[in-house]
Ligand binder design. Structure first.
Ligand code: SF4
Length: 331
C-alpha cells in the first residue's frame, strides 16, 4: 500500500496478528487459537479519522488493543511516528501512552467511581507529568471548557453524570495528556442517537482544534459515515476493503461491504436500496474458512474463492479490496 505523498504517516501497522490460545479438553489435542486478527496491514495519516468497521468478532477492537499493547500482539509490526513500538520497554511505553490515548464504549467502567472528576484529571496529568502541579487547576478548568462541562463538575463523581456527560469526562481525561492519536473504541455506541451526534461533533471540533488523529472503531455505519475520512472494513480477522469514505459508501467493491451498506436505513423513502441478506453466521475464527474467508457467505463465491486467498489490491485511487472478482462485480 502506497502512502499518499503529501500526508504524513503517523501509524503504520504491518502484518499484525493477534491469536488467543483456547483451552482444549484433551492434553493430546493440538493447541487451538482464536485468530482474532490475522495478518493485517494499514496506515493512519496524521490528522485524519480512519474508521474500522465490521460485525462483532471481526477483530476491530482487538486491532485497537494490539496497537496500544493492551494485549501483546502475536506477530507483526506497529510503527508510531516511524518508531517500532512493539519493541519499546515499559518505561518507553509508559511515556508513549500520553500520545496514544483510548476512549472506551462504557465511560462508567473506565472511570474510577471513587474519584471525583478533579482526581481523575489530576491523576492523568500526574502520571504523564504533562502539567506542573501549580498549573493543574487552570488546565482542568480549560479541559472542562473544551468538552462542554461546567467548572462545578470537578467536585462531582462519575455516577452523578449522564452517559453523554461521562463520555465528555473520558474525552477530557484523554486530552489532559496532550495526545496525538486517540483510539475511540465504540465510543458512542452506548449513547442515545441525539447524544451520539453531540459527542461526534465534539470529537470533530477537538480534532480541528488540536490536530488530533483518530482511529475510530465502530459497528455502526451511520456513525462511521458522520466522522470518517477513510474507512477500513474487516471480516473475520482480515481487512477486506479500505477506501476514502465517499468512495466506500458510494462505490463499495467487496460483496461484504455491499451487504453491510445495504443494511443502513435510507432517510429518503424515494430512494430504493436492495437489501443484501447474508446467509449463515460468521464462521469461527478458530477454524476460519480456506481461501477467501467470506466464501461461505458470499453469493458470488466460486471454487477459486475456496482455494485461494485474495490479496488486498488497489483498484482505484487509495481504494483497496480483497476479492478475486471485484472488477467483474463492479460492472
Ligand atoms: Fe466472494 Fe470470492 Fe470475492 Fe471472496 S473472493 S468476496 S468469496 S467473490
Amino acid at each position: 500500500m502506497e502512502a499518499t505523498k503529501e500526508k504524513k504517516v503517523l501509524l503504520k501497522v504491518e502484518h499484525l496478528k493477534q491469536y488467543f490460545p483456547v483451552k482444549t479438553d484433551s492434553f493430546f489435542k493440538p493447541k487451538a487459537f482464536v485468530k482474532a486478527v490475522d495478518d493485517i496491514s494499514f496506515q493512519l495519516f496524521e490528522g485524519e479519522t480512519l474508521s474500522i468497521v465490521g460485525e462483532s468478532g471481526c477483530g476491530k477492537s482487538t486491532t485497537g488493543r494490539a496497537i496500544l499493547r493492551l494485549d501483546e500482539p502475536t506477530d507483526g509490526k506497529v510503527y508510531y511516528s516511524g518508531q517500532d513500538i512493539l519493541h519499546f520497554n515499559k518505561k518507553e511505553m509508559r511515556k508513549l501512552r500520553g500520545e496514544l490515548q483510548v476512549i472506551f464504549q462504557d465511560p462508567f467502567a473506565s472511570l474510577n467511581p471513587r474519584q471525583t472528576v478533579k482526581q481523575i484529571l489530576n491523576e492523568a496529568m500526574a502520571i504523564q507529568e504533562v502539567v506542573a502541579k501549580p498549573k493543574r487547576m487552570d488546565r482542568m478548568l480549560e479541559l472542562l471548557d473544551y468538552v462542554g462541562l461546567p467548572p462545578e463538575a470537578l467536585d462531582r463523581y462519575p455516577h452523578e453524570f449522564s452517559g453523554g456527560q461521562r463520555q465528555r469526562i473520558g474525552i477530557a481525561r484523554a486530552l489532559a495528556v496532550n495526545p496525538k492519536l486517540i483510539i475511540c473504541d465504540e465510543a458512542v455506541s452506548a449513547l442515545d442517537v441525539s447524544i451520539q451526534a453531540q459527542i461526534l461533533n465534539l470529537l470533530k471540533k477537538l480534532q480541528r482544534q488540536f490536530g488530533l488523529t483518530f482511529l475510530f472503531i465502530s459497528h455502526d455505519l451511520s456513525v462511521v459515515r458522520h466522522i470518517s475520512d477513510r474507512v477500513m472494513v474487516m471480516y473475520l480477522g482480515k481487512v477486506v476493503e479500505i477506501a476514502d469514505k465517499k468512495d466506500l459508501f458510494d462505490s463499495p467493491l467487496h460483496p461484504y461491504t455491499k451487504a453491510l451498506l445495504s443494511s443502513i436505513p435510507v432517510p429518503n423513502p424515494a430512494i430504493q436500496r436492495e437489501r443484501v441478506i447474508l446467509k449463515g453466521d460468521v464462521p469461527s475464527p478458530i477454524d476460519p474458512p480456506s481461501g477467501c474467508r467470506f466464501h461461505t457467505r458470499c453469493p458470488f463465491a466460486t471454487e477459486k474463492c475456496k482455494l485461494e486467498e485474495p490479496a488486498l489490491r488497489e483498484l482505484g485511487t487509495n481504494h483497496f479490496v480483497s476479492c478475486h472478482f471485484a472488477e467483474k462485480l463492479a460492472q
